[in-house]
Design a protein around this ligand. Structure first.
Ligand SMILES: Nc1ncnc2c1ncn2[C@@H]1O[C@H](COP(=O)(O)OP(=O)(O)O)[C@@H](O)[C@H]1O
Ligand SMILES: [Mg+2]
Length: 309
Protein backbone atom coordinates (compact mmCIF):
# COMPACT_ATOMS: atom_id res chain seq x y z
CA UNK A 1 0.00 0.00 0.00
CA UNK A 2 1.42 3.35 -1.07
CA UNK A 3 -0.48 5.56 1.37
CA UNK A 4 -1.14 4.06 4.81
CA UNK A 5 -3.93 5.08 7.21
CA UNK A 6 -2.87 8.21 9.07
CA UNK A 7 -1.45 9.84 5.91
CA UNK A 8 -2.45 13.52 5.56
CA UNK A 9 -4.83 13.69 2.61
CA UNK A 10 -6.47 16.84 1.25
CA UNK A 11 -9.68 16.60 -0.74
CA UNK A 12 -9.89 19.54 -3.13
CA UNK A 13 -13.49 20.43 -3.91
CA UNK A 14 -15.80 23.34 -4.74
CA UNK A 15 -13.67 25.75 -6.69
CA UNK A 16 -14.55 28.29 -9.36
CA UNK A 17 -16.21 26.35 -12.18
CA UNK A 18 -19.86 26.17 -13.22
CA UNK A 19 -19.83 22.65 -11.76
CA UNK A 20 -19.05 23.90 -8.24
CA UNK A 21 -22.24 22.48 -6.71
CA UNK A 22 -21.57 19.00 -8.12
CA UNK A 23 -17.98 19.14 -6.88
CA UNK A 24 -19.10 20.06 -3.34
CA UNK A 25 -21.15 16.86 -3.29
CA UNK A 26 -18.35 14.74 -4.80
CA UNK A 27 -15.82 16.13 -2.29
CA UNK A 28 -18.01 15.50 0.75
CA UNK A 29 -18.63 11.87 -0.26
CA UNK A 30 -14.92 11.31 -0.95
CA UNK A 31 -13.92 12.94 2.37
CA UNK A 32 -16.23 10.65 4.36
CA UNK A 33 -14.88 7.55 2.62
CA UNK A 34 -11.26 8.61 3.26
CA UNK A 35 -12.07 9.19 6.94
CA UNK A 36 -13.58 5.72 7.11
CA UNK A 37 -10.30 4.40 5.67
CA UNK A 38 -8.40 6.04 8.53
CA UNK A 39 -6.71 8.92 6.69
CA UNK A 40 -6.19 12.38 8.22
CA UNK A 41 -8.54 14.27 5.94
CA UNK A 42 -8.66 18.01 5.21
CA UNK A 43 -11.49 19.17 2.97
CA UNK A 44 -10.34 22.24 1.07
CA UNK A 45 -12.81 24.40 -0.82
CA UNK A 46 -10.40 25.66 -3.45
CA UNK A 47 -9.56 29.36 -3.66
CA UNK A 48 -6.53 31.35 -4.80
CA UNK A 49 -4.59 30.37 -1.68
CA UNK A 50 -5.00 26.63 -2.24
CA UNK A 51 -1.30 25.90 -2.74
CA UNK A 52 -0.23 27.86 0.35
CA UNK A 53 -2.89 26.02 2.37
CA UNK A 54 -1.65 22.62 1.17
CA UNK A 55 1.91 23.50 2.17
CA UNK A 56 0.93 24.89 5.56
CA UNK A 57 -1.06 21.73 6.38
CA UNK A 58 1.87 19.53 5.23
CA UNK A 59 -0.44 17.55 2.99
CA UNK A 60 1.14 14.35 1.68
CA UNK A 61 -1.35 13.41 -1.05
CA UNK A 62 -4.27 15.16 -2.74
CA UNK A 63 -7.58 13.69 -3.87
CA UNK A 64 -8.93 16.02 -6.56
CA UNK A 65 -12.73 16.13 -6.50
CA UNK A 66 -13.03 19.26 -8.67
CA UNK A 67 -14.98 19.29 -11.91
CA UNK A 68 -14.56 21.63 -14.86
CA UNK A 69 -12.27 24.65 -15.25
CA UNK A 70 -9.51 25.27 -12.67
CA UNK A 71 -9.76 21.69 -11.46
CA UNK A 72 -10.29 19.06 -14.12
CA UNK A 73 -8.29 20.95 -16.75
CA UNK A 74 -4.66 20.53 -15.66
CA UNK A 75 -4.26 23.82 -13.80
CA UNK A 76 -4.48 22.38 -10.28
CA UNK A 77 -2.45 19.38 -11.44
CA UNK A 78 0.33 21.74 -12.62
CA UNK A 79 0.51 23.42 -9.21
CA UNK A 80 0.73 20.05 -7.47
CA UNK A 81 3.57 18.97 -9.79
CA UNK A 82 5.42 22.11 -8.66
CA UNK A 83 4.82 21.31 -5.00
CA UNK A 84 5.65 17.61 -5.62
CA UNK A 85 2.47 16.49 -3.88
CA UNK A 86 1.05 13.36 -5.56
CA UNK A 87 -2.54 13.69 -6.74
CA UNK A 88 -5.31 11.44 -8.01
CA UNK A 89 -6.41 11.26 -11.63
CA UNK A 90 -4.58 11.93 -14.88
CA UNK A 91 -1.69 14.36 -15.20
CA UNK A 92 -1.46 17.90 -16.60
CA UNK A 93 -1.47 17.13 -20.32
CA UNK A 94 -4.19 14.45 -20.32
CA UNK A 95 -6.38 16.64 -18.10
CA UNK A 96 -6.11 19.72 -20.27
CA UNK A 97 -6.66 17.83 -23.52
CA UNK A 98 -9.69 15.96 -22.18
CA UNK A 99 -11.22 19.20 -20.89
CA UNK A 100 -11.24 20.50 -24.45
CA UNK A 101 -13.69 18.54 -26.58
CA UNK A 102 -12.13 19.67 -29.87
CA UNK A 103 -8.59 18.68 -28.86
CA UNK A 104 -10.00 15.37 -27.63
CA UNK A 105 -11.60 14.74 -31.04
CA UNK A 106 -8.35 15.51 -32.84
CA UNK A 107 -6.57 12.88 -30.77
CA UNK A 108 -9.39 10.34 -31.16
CA UNK A 109 -9.54 10.86 -34.93
CA UNK A 110 -5.78 10.44 -35.22
CA UNK A 111 -6.31 7.01 -33.61
CA UNK A 112 -9.22 6.24 -35.94
CA UNK A 113 -11.69 6.20 -33.06
CA UNK A 114 -15.14 7.29 -34.23
CA UNK A 115 -16.56 10.51 -32.82
CA UNK A 116 -19.41 12.61 -34.28
CA UNK A 117 -18.49 15.01 -37.11
CA UNK A 118 -18.19 18.57 -35.91
CA UNK A 119 -17.52 22.18 -36.78
CA UNK A 120 -16.21 25.05 -34.71
CA UNK A 121 -18.20 28.10 -35.84
CA UNK A 122 -16.49 31.46 -36.05
CA UNK A 123 -17.52 34.06 -33.52
CA UNK A 124 -19.39 36.23 -36.04
CA UNK A 125 -22.87 36.96 -37.34
CA UNK A 126 -22.17 35.33 -40.71
CA UNK A 127 -23.31 32.00 -42.12
CA UNK A 128 -22.76 29.19 -39.60
CA UNK A 129 -20.95 26.13 -40.96
CA UNK A 130 -22.64 22.93 -39.77
CA UNK A 131 -21.24 19.39 -40.07
CA UNK A 132 -22.03 17.52 -43.30
CA UNK A 133 -24.55 15.10 -41.74
CA UNK A 134 -26.95 18.03 -41.16
CA UNK A 135 -29.72 18.21 -38.57
CA UNK A 136 -30.36 17.30 -35.82
CA UNK A 137 -27.30 18.92 -34.30
CA UNK A 138 -25.85 19.23 -30.83
CA UNK A 139 -24.43 22.61 -29.84
CA UNK A 140 -22.18 22.75 -26.79
CA UNK A 141 -19.31 24.65 -25.19
CA UNK A 142 -15.88 23.18 -26.01
CA UNK A 143 -14.77 23.19 -22.37
CA UNK A 144 -17.66 22.60 -19.97
CA UNK A 145 -19.28 19.65 -18.25
CA UNK A 146 -22.56 18.47 -16.70
CA UNK A 147 -24.35 19.22 -20.02
CA UNK A 148 -24.21 22.95 -19.16
CA UNK A 149 -24.86 25.11 -22.22
CA UNK A 150 -25.78 22.08 -24.36
CA UNK A 151 -28.71 22.14 -26.84
CA UNK A 152 -30.10 19.66 -29.31
CA UNK A 153 -31.14 21.62 -32.39
CA UNK A 154 -33.62 20.17 -34.88
CA UNK A 155 -34.56 23.39 -36.67
CA UNK A 156 -32.19 25.85 -38.36
CA UNK A 157 -34.03 28.78 -36.71
CA UNK A 158 -32.88 27.53 -33.30
CA UNK A 159 -29.19 27.29 -34.19
CA UNK A 160 -28.09 30.86 -33.39
CA UNK A 161 -29.89 31.00 -30.03
CA UNK A 162 -28.23 27.67 -29.14
CA UNK A 163 -24.81 29.08 -30.07
CA UNK A 164 -25.46 32.16 -27.90
CA UNK A 165 -26.42 29.96 -24.96
CA UNK A 166 -23.23 27.87 -25.28
CA UNK A 167 -21.05 30.99 -25.71
CA UNK A 168 -22.26 32.37 -22.40
CA UNK A 169 -20.32 29.53 -20.73
CA UNK A 170 -17.26 29.15 -22.89
CA UNK A 171 -15.64 31.38 -25.53
CA UNK A 172 -15.27 28.40 -27.88
CA UNK A 173 -18.32 26.42 -28.94
CA UNK A 174 -18.85 23.44 -31.24
CA UNK A 175 -21.57 21.91 -33.38
CA UNK A 176 -21.85 18.13 -33.73
CA UNK A 177 -24.10 15.76 -35.60
CA UNK A 178 -26.65 14.34 -33.20
CA UNK A 179 -26.24 10.56 -32.89
CA UNK A 180 -29.63 8.91 -32.39
CA UNK A 181 -29.60 5.65 -30.44
CA UNK A 182 -28.59 4.86 -26.90
CA UNK A 183 -26.27 6.48 -24.41
CA UNK A 184 -23.51 4.52 -22.71
CA UNK A 185 -20.71 5.38 -20.36
CA UNK A 186 -17.58 3.32 -19.81
CA UNK A 187 -15.51 3.80 -16.68
CA UNK A 188 -11.82 2.96 -16.87
CA UNK A 189 -10.06 2.42 -13.54
CA UNK A 190 -6.24 2.44 -13.70
CA UNK A 191 -6.34 1.12 -17.27
CA UNK A 192 -9.10 -1.48 -16.81
CA UNK A 193 -12.68 -1.25 -18.08
CA UNK A 194 -15.50 -1.51 -15.53
CA UNK A 195 -19.00 -2.76 -16.45
CA UNK A 196 -20.77 -0.46 -18.93
CA UNK A 197 -23.76 1.66 -17.95
CA UNK A 198 -26.69 2.48 -20.23
CA UNK A 199 -28.36 5.80 -19.46
CA UNK A 200 -32.01 6.40 -20.24
CA UNK A 201 -32.91 10.01 -19.60
CA UNK A 202 -36.55 10.85 -19.08
CA UNK A 203 -37.58 12.96 -22.07
CA UNK A 204 -34.61 11.59 -24.01
CA UNK A 205 -32.17 14.43 -23.29
CA UNK A 206 -29.41 13.86 -20.73
CA UNK A 207 -29.20 17.47 -19.57
CA UNK A 208 -28.20 18.96 -16.18
CA UNK A 209 -31.59 18.22 -14.67
CA UNK A 210 -31.61 14.63 -15.96
CA UNK A 211 -28.11 14.15 -14.53
CA UNK A 212 -28.71 15.45 -11.03
CA UNK A 213 -32.42 15.08 -10.23
CA UNK A 214 -33.34 11.79 -8.62
CA UNK A 215 -35.68 9.76 -10.81
CA UNK A 216 -35.01 11.78 -13.99
CA UNK A 217 -32.73 9.13 -15.47
CA UNK A 218 -32.67 5.39 -15.38
CA UNK A 219 -29.30 3.62 -15.21
CA UNK A 220 -28.89 0.05 -16.40
CA UNK A 221 -25.80 -1.55 -14.85
CA UNK A 222 -24.38 -3.53 -16.50
CA UNK A 223 -25.80 -2.26 -19.79
CA UNK A 224 -27.93 -4.94 -21.47
CA UNK A 225 -25.83 -5.23 -24.62
CA UNK A 226 -24.88 -7.98 -26.99
CA UNK A 227 -21.52 -9.42 -25.85
CA UNK A 228 -19.64 -8.44 -29.01
CA UNK A 229 -20.83 -4.83 -28.79
CA UNK A 230 -20.01 -4.63 -25.10
CA UNK A 231 -16.51 -5.86 -25.88
CA UNK A 232 -16.09 -3.33 -28.68
CA UNK A 233 -17.23 -0.40 -26.52
CA UNK A 234 -14.89 -1.42 -23.69
CA UNK A 235 -11.97 -1.74 -26.12
CA UNK A 236 -12.74 1.70 -27.52
CA UNK A 237 -12.93 3.15 -24.01
CA UNK A 238 -9.51 1.71 -23.18
CA UNK A 239 -8.06 2.88 -26.50
CA UNK A 240 -9.50 6.40 -25.98
CA UNK A 241 -8.12 6.65 -22.45
CA UNK A 242 -4.71 5.48 -23.67
CA UNK A 243 -4.75 7.84 -26.66
CA UNK A 244 -5.29 10.81 -24.35
CA UNK A 245 -2.66 9.69 -21.86
CA UNK A 246 -5.09 8.79 -19.08
CA UNK A 247 -3.01 5.92 -17.69
CA UNK A 248 -3.57 6.91 -14.08
CA UNK A 249 -6.82 7.37 -12.25
CA UNK A 250 -10.45 6.70 -12.92
CA UNK A 251 -11.85 8.24 -16.09
CA UNK A 252 -15.20 7.92 -17.82
CA UNK A 253 -15.66 7.71 -21.57
CA UNK A 254 -19.13 8.81 -22.79
CA UNK A 255 -20.57 7.08 -25.85
CA UNK A 256 -23.53 7.13 -28.18
CA UNK A 257 -24.38 3.85 -29.88
CA UNK A 258 -26.23 4.55 -33.12
CA UNK A 259 -29.10 2.56 -34.68
CA UNK A 260 -26.59 0.34 -36.51
CA UNK A 261 -24.77 -0.34 -33.20
CA UNK A 262 -21.81 1.82 -34.16
CA UNK A 263 -20.19 3.35 -31.06
CA UNK A 264 -19.17 7.03 -31.16
CA UNK A 265 -17.02 8.52 -28.43
CA UNK A 266 -18.59 11.77 -27.24
CA UNK A 267 -16.05 12.86 -24.64
CA UNK A 268 -13.74 11.76 -21.84
CA UNK A 269 -14.18 12.89 -18.23
CA UNK A 270 -10.96 12.86 -16.23
CA UNK A 271 -12.64 13.63 -12.89
CA UNK A 272 -16.04 11.95 -13.02
CA UNK A 273 -18.77 12.71 -10.46
CA UNK A 274 -18.00 11.00 -7.15
CA UNK A 275 -21.18 11.00 -5.12
CA UNK A 276 -22.26 7.53 -4.00
CA UNK A 277 -24.91 7.46 -6.74
CA UNK A 278 -22.68 8.82 -9.53
CA UNK A 279 -21.92 6.70 -12.59
CA UNK A 280 -18.32 5.67 -11.82
CA UNK A 281 -19.25 4.41 -8.30
CA UNK A 282 -22.19 2.51 -9.84
CA UNK A 283 -19.88 0.85 -12.36
CA UNK A 284 -17.40 -0.05 -9.61
CA UNK A 285 -20.23 -1.47 -7.50
CA UNK A 286 -21.23 -3.72 -10.42
CA UNK A 287 -17.63 -4.97 -10.48
CA UNK A 288 -17.89 -5.83 -6.75
CA UNK A 289 -16.07 -2.76 -5.45
CA UNK A 290 -17.98 -0.62 -2.95
CA UNK A 291 -17.60 3.16 -2.70
CA UNK A 292 -15.00 3.10 0.07
CA UNK A 293 -12.90 0.49 -1.76
CA UNK A 294 -13.12 2.57 -4.95
CA UNK A 295 -11.90 5.70 -3.15
CA UNK A 296 -9.01 3.72 -1.63
CA UNK A 297 -8.09 2.32 -5.05
CA UNK A 298 -8.16 5.82 -6.60
CA UNK A 299 -6.06 7.28 -3.76
CA UNK A 300 -3.49 4.48 -3.96
CA UNK A 301 -3.07 5.33 -7.66
CA UNK A 302 -2.12 8.96 -6.89
CA UNK A 303 1.17 10.06 -8.38
CA UNK A 304 3.17 12.71 -10.22
CA UNK A 305 3.97 12.91 -13.92
CA UNK A 306 7.14 14.98 -13.99
CA UNK A 307 10.63 13.90 -13.00
CA UNK A 308 11.89 15.39 -9.71
CA UNK A 309 13.84 18.69 -9.90
N1 LIG B 1 -23.29 14.13 -30.76
C1 LIG B 1 -24.21 13.83 -29.85
N2 LIG B 1 -25.28 13.05 -30.17
C2 LIG B 1 -26.23 12.76 -29.26
N3 LIG B 1 -26.22 13.24 -28.01
C3 LIG B 1 -25.19 14.01 -27.62
C4 LIG B 1 -24.12 14.35 -28.51
N4 LIG B 1 -23.25 15.15 -27.86
C5 LIG B 1 -23.75 15.30 -26.61
N5 LIG B 1 -24.90 14.64 -26.47
C6 LIG B 1 -25.74 14.59 -25.26
O1 LIG B 1 -25.38 15.65 -24.40
C7 LIG B 1 -24.83 15.16 -23.17
C8 LIG B 1 -23.68 16.05 -22.72
O2 LIG B 1 -22.69 16.11 -23.72
P1 LIG B 1 -21.17 15.82 -23.42
O3 LIG B 1 -20.44 16.01 -24.69
O4 LIG B 1 -21.01 14.51 -22.73
O5 LIG B 1 -20.77 17.03 -22.47
P2 LIG B 1 -20.63 17.20 -20.88
O6 LIG B 1 -19.16 17.47 -20.68
O7 LIG B 1 -21.45 18.38 -20.56
O8 LIG B 1 -21.08 15.92 -20.22
C9 LIG B 1 -24.40 13.73 -23.49
O9 LIG B 1 -24.41 12.94 -22.33
C10 LIG B 1 -25.47 13.31 -24.49
O10 LIG B 1 -26.67 12.93 -23.84
MG1 LIG C 1 -20.58 13.93 -20.71
Amino acid sequence: MKFAPGTKVAVLYGGFSAEREVSLKSGKAVGLALQELGFMVSLIDVDRDVFARLKAAQIEVVFIALHGAYGEDGTIQGGLEYLKIPYTGPGVMASSIAMNKVMTKRILLSHEIMTPDYTVPADSDGEVAVPAGGYPLVVKPVAEGSSLGMSIVTDAADLKPALLKARKLSPQVMIENYIPGIELTAAVLHGEALPLIEIRARGGVYDYQAKYTKGFSEYLVPAPLDGAIEHKVKDLALASARALGCERGAVRVDFRLDMANRPYVIEINTIPGMTETSLLPQAAEAAGMDFVALIDCMLQGAGLDLAPF
